[in-house]
Write a new protein. Structure first.
Length: 126
């Protein structure tokens, strides 16, 4: 399994769009560390999709990035803290205890409100 971890120093980054680096480990255990300081959030997502990991480990992620990565077949596990290498090792051997794994089957609450408003609900604009 090819695993990517969003880095902030040696730790898991609290937010993917603000990470300073990316640690990518392939099936053979080879690691590549990328410096992403100064990259835009969109460029970070594009680089991650180009590397084609099976899984992304991070502290948090914007919903738009989550949906895009999920559509590209990348499983996103967020809510993580601690040392990145430890999390990657635990993920590869199946012992990672994630605090949350995003479920992309439901629309975001703001999307539901917007749809409700467009259909003429109680919050409909005149």
């Amino acid at each position: 399994m090819k695993i990517a971890a969003a880095l902030f120093g040696e730790e898991i980054s609290p937010r993917f769009d603000c990470c300073t680096g990316l640690l990518v480990r392939d099936e053979g255990g080879h690691e590549v560390r990328l410096d992403l300081r100064g990259w835009t959030a969109g460029a970070r997502v594009e680089e991650l999709v180009r590397r084609k990991p099976d899984c992304l480990l991070c502290g948090g992620i914007r919903r738009c990035d989550l949906f895009l990565l999920t559509e590209c077949g990348i499983r996103v596990i967020d809510g993580l803290t601690g040392e990145a290498r430890t999390a990657v090792e635990q993920c590869s051997d199946g012992t990672l205890q994630a605090k949350m794994e995003n479920n992309t089957t439901q629309a975001a609450p703001r999307c539901r409100r917007r749809c409700h408003r467009q259909r003429g609900g109680r919050n409909a604009r005149s």
